[in-house]
Design a protein around this ligand. Structure first.
Ligand code: NAI
Ligand code: MG
Length: 325
């Protein structure tokens, strides 16, 4: 069976790093690539950042590779994540040999609940100068993310599982979250530690080596994973996956980087590593491992793009990765 991969480069450096990733994927697998449009440039032409056609193609594809959108990011990526019915946002933050990192011992994976919490969008102005936000935490979504997190840790060899929460203050909602995690851990006979999310932010900064998989409610996962990005040396290195029951979308954590767009110097590593996650999701485990080790070896030996202190182009780096494959 030939899997169909939808490719949505989007805006800015998305137009550079996504084609680079397709080149790498073509070197290891035989996918059918379908390309679709989204982002600021589409909105300028048609008035809509995410064409219905692109949304439909994402629901039909076996997986989607997304680059970045500019100002319209929220109008593009949130509906696309919904289109693939993703409930888990997986954000690995690893330091690589040869790359200047604040904490070279970092090897963390954030497993973030992707559908509820304070990002459910239930806000109102109940009176002049008085606004409210409703935080939604359900047993089902909490169990589902806990199950995914424990499974991910077991499959990928992480011994430490930490569950971030603030149940000392948000007693009902994070109490629900913790109860669900506990029930799932019991069923799986899995070990884990609970950590208050504010204190955890400090511990991740000081001793990241004590942590592995971090299971988080939505907002905590968003913030803690960006903190971890700072530990490993920059946005050009961070991949992510949005995973549903059947479908999934893969994207770098970075945006469209208008300051360097069009110059051919964007670091393609984040998107190529997202491509490795895509390969793994479609059960191309060996190919995924090959892509990862090719990226690691180029990060260690060069060529490197300017964000990592080098002077190579996106194309040079991509060619070096393909060469190692
Ligand atoms: P950004 O991630 O685009 O850029 C932040 C800084 O990191 C810039 O200096 C940029 O040059 C650098 N950078 C990012 N990726 C890089 C790479 N692969 N190689 C080398 N350097 C890289 O974030 P920023 O500047 O806050 O936002 C720019 C635009 O991107 C905004 O319009 C924002 O809305 C959008 N955005 C879109 C996202 C998405 O589509 N998922 C996510 C974040 C931002
Ligand atoms: Mg964020």
């Amino acid at each position: 069976m030939t899997e169909t991969v939808l490719v949505v480069p989007g805006d800015g450096i998305g137009q550079e790093v996504v084609p680079a990733t397709v080149e790498v994927l073509e070197a290891v697998a035989d996918f059918e690539f379908v390309e679709a449009e989204a982002g600021d440039h589409v909105k300028e032409e048609t008035g809509e950042a995410l064409p219905e056609e692109t949304r439909r193609l994402a629901t039909e594809a076996d997986a989607t590779l997304f680059g970045a959108a500019g100002e319209t990011a929220a109008d593009v990526i949130l509906p696309l994540r919904q289109a693939v019915e993703s409930f888990a946002n997986i954000r690995p933050a690893r330091a690589y040999p040869g790359v200047d990192a604040l904490r070279p011992e970092t090897d963390l994976v954030f497993v973030r609940e992707n559908t509820e919490g304070v990002y459910k969008g239930i806000e109102s102005e109940i009176d002049e100068g008085v606004t409210t936000l409703t935080r939604v935490i359900t047993e089902d979504a909490s169990r589902r993310i806990a199950d995914y997190g424990f499974e991910y840790a077991a499959e990928n060899g992480y011994d430490d599982v930490t569950v971030a929460h603030k149940a000392n203050v948000m007693r009902v909602t994070d109490g629900q979250f913790l109860d669900a995690v506990e029930a799932v851990a019991e069923e799986r006979s899995a070990d884990y530690e609970e950590a208050l999310m504010d204190a955890l932010a400090m511990h991740l900064l000081l001793t990241p080596e004590d942590y592995g998989v971090v299971i988080c409610p939505n907002l905590a996962g968003d913030m803690l994973s960006d903190l971890a990005a700072g530990l490993v040396g920059g946005l050009g290195l961070l991949p992510s996956a949005n995973v549903g029951e059947d479908n999934a979308l893969f994207e770098p954590v970075h945006g469209s980087a208008p300051d360097i767009a069009g110059q051919g110097v964007a670091n393609p590593a984040a998107t190529i590593l997202s491509g490795a996650m895509l390969l793994e999701h479609l059960d191309y485990d060996e190919e995924a491992a090959d892509v990862r080790s090719a990226v690691e070896s180029v990060l260690a030996d060069g060529p490197r793009t300017p964000d990592l202190g080098g002077s190579a182009s996106t194309e040079d780096v991509t060619a070096a990765i393909v060469d190692r494959l």
